[in-house]
Design a protein around this ligand. Structure first.
Ligand code: ADP
Length: 389
C-alpha cells in the first residue's frame, strides 16, 4: 500500500537510521528538503550526521539491546552501514516497525559467503568461489590441487573498503592470508569495475541510475575516482542496468541497492558484491542527477514513487582521502585554489581528525563534457590535500 505522504510528513512520524557517518549525514540533508526529521543511533556525538538529525541516541548499532531500545518508537528504520545487529531489527519488524533493508537480507549480505551462495542459487552471474573454515583449510586446498594461484581470499564478515580482501599470487603471499572464516574467488580478468545503483519500493517499482565506472587507488584499494556516465557501449550499459534490476528483484529489497560489477576482458558482467544502502558510487547524484541517491533511498523505504534517475550532466567524483604521513586535527590545504576550479562541489564530512587514506569528504566535478570534468577532477586531486594541522 502507498504510504500516506501526509502521515510521513507529520512531525510525529519517526525515521530511524543506524549509523551517523557521512552517508547518514547526506541522508539527513536530503530528508531536510522535505523537512522530514531523521533520528540517529551511533557511538559518538561528534560523528558526521549526529548534529543534523532530529535526535541522536548514543549507542552501539552492533548490540541487540541498543538497537531494540532505539527502534521501538520508530515508524521506519534504515541503515547507513551493514554491520548492525540484524537480530534486533528482526525483532523490531515482528513488533510492527518497518525495517528497510529487510533484516534477513541484510544478514545475508553482511556475510560475503552467503552473498555468493545467493547469486549461485538465483542464477545471477558472479565469479566461481568456495567457502573455507580458515586459512589452514585454504592452504590444504592448494596443497591437494583443488585451488591454484592466483586467487582472491575474502573474509566472510570482517571486510569493508578492501580491508577484508587479499590477492594471493603464490606461496610467497601466505603471509597475506586473512585469518578465520573466508571464501576464495577465482581471480577475475577485470576490464572495468562498474556500479549501478538501483532502487525499489514496496509497490515493486524499480529504477536504476546510469552506470558508473570506478578507478581505484592502488595502495589503499579505495575507489578514488568515479566517472558517470561510464565509458561503455549502450549494450553494456543496458545489460548492467538489467542485471542490477534482476539483483534487487531477487533480494526483494526496498530502498537502494548498490551493485558492484566486474566487466571482464571477455565482455561478461559479473556481480562482485552489493550494499543495501546509499553508496560511495552514487555520491555524484547529489550534484548531477535529477534525483540524488539519498532522496531515492528515502522514496524507496517510504514507498513513495521513485525519482527520475537521469543525469543532468556528466560528473566525476573524487574521494578526498587523508594525505599520507598526516595524522591529527583536520586541515584542508589548498581549499581556495580548489574552489577556483569550475564545476567543483565539495562535500566535507566534518571528521575532526584525519589519518592516511581515511575518507574525509568527496568532490563532484560537473561539466558539459566528461573530458572537461575529468580534467578538472585531476586539478582537484592536485590542489586539495587533507592534512593534519
Ligand atoms: P570491499 O567489500 O572491501 O570493497 P571487494 O569485494 O569489493 O571488497 O573487493 C575489493 C577490490 O578487490 C575490488 O574492487 C577489486 O578491485 C578486487 N577484487 C575483488 N574480488 C576480485 C576477484 N574475484 N578478482 C579480481 N579482483 C577482485
Amino acid at each position: 500500500m502507498q504510504q500516506n505522504i501526509k502521515d510521513i510528513l507529520h512531525p510525529d512520524f519517526k525515521v530511524g537510521v543506524l549509523g551517523a557517518g557521512q552517508l547518514g549525514k547526506m541522508l539527513a540533508l536530503a530528508a531536510a528538503n522535505w523537512h522530514l526529521p531523521l533520528h540517529f543511533l551511533d557511538a559518538a556525538e561528534d560523528f558526521p550526521a549526529a548534529g543534523l538529525g532530529a535526535s541522536f541516541q548514543k549507542g552501539d548499532f552492533a548490540q541487540y539491546d541498543d538497537v531494540l531500545a532505539f527502534g521501538l518508537d520508530k515508524d521506519v528504520l534504515t541503515v547507513e552501514i551493514e554491520h548492525v545487529n540484524t537480530e534486533a531489527l528482526a525483532e523490531l519488524e515482528r513488533r510492527g516497525v518497518k525495517v528497510h533493508p529487510a533484516p534477513d537480507k541484510l544478514a545475508l549480505i553482511k556475510d560475503k559467503g552467503l552473498q555468493k551462495q545467493f547469486y549461485l542459487e538465483k542464477g545471477l552471474p558472479s565469479s566461481h568461489f568456495e567457502l573455507f573454515e580458515d586459512e589452514n583449510a585454504v592452504k590444504a586446498a592448494v596443497a591437494n590441487g583443488k585451488w591454484a594461484f592466483p586467487f582472491v581470499q575474502k573474509s566472510r564478515t570482517a571486510g569493508y573498503d578492501g580491508k577484508g580482501v587479499s590477492i594471493i599470487r603464490s606461496e610467497a603471499d601466505w603471509g597475506k592470508l586473512l585469518p578465520g572464516s573466508c571464501l576464495l574467488e577465482e581471480c577475475v580478468d577485470i576490464e572495468l569495475e562498474l556500479a549501478v545503483i538501483v532502487a525499489r519500493n514496496e509497490n515493486g517499482e524499480i529504477a536504476a541510475f546510469p552506470t558508473v565506472e570506478m578507478e581505484f587507488n592502488p595502495v589503499a584499494n579505495l575507489v578514488e575516482f568515479l566517472v558517470c556516465p561510464a565509458r561503455i557501449s549502450p549494450e553494456i550499459e543496458a545489460a548492467a542496468k538489467a542485471l542490477a534490476k534482476r539483483c534487487i528483484e531477487a533480494y526483494a529489497l526496498c530502498g537502494l541497492l548498490a551493485v558492484e560489477l566486474f566487466l571482464t576482458k571477455k565482455g561478461e558482467l559479473l556481480i562482485n558484491e552489493v550494499a543495501p544502502r546509499p553508496h560511495n558510487s552514487g555520491h555524484h547524484t547529489i550534484d548531477s542527477a535529477y534525483t540524488s541517491q539519498f532522496e531515492q533511498h528515502l522514496r524507496g523505504i517510504l514507498n513513495l514513487p521513485l525519482g527520475d534517475t537521469r543525469s543532468k550532466c556528466p560528473a566525476v567524483m573524487v574521494n578526498l582521502l587523508g594525505s599520507e604521513g598526516h595524522s591529527g586535527p583536520t586541515y584542508y590545504a589548498g581549499l581556495a585554489e580548489t574552489l577556483a576550479i569550475p564545476g567543483v562541489n565539495l562535500h566535507f564530512y566534518g571528521k575532526s581528525h584525519t589519518k592516511p587514506y581515511r575518507k574525509m569528504g568527496h568532490a563532484t566535478i560537473v561539466a558539459e563534457t566528461l573530458e572537461e570534468a575529468v580534467g578538472n577532477a585531476r586539478k582537484v586531486m592536485e590542489r586539495l590535500r587533507i592534512e593534519a594541522r
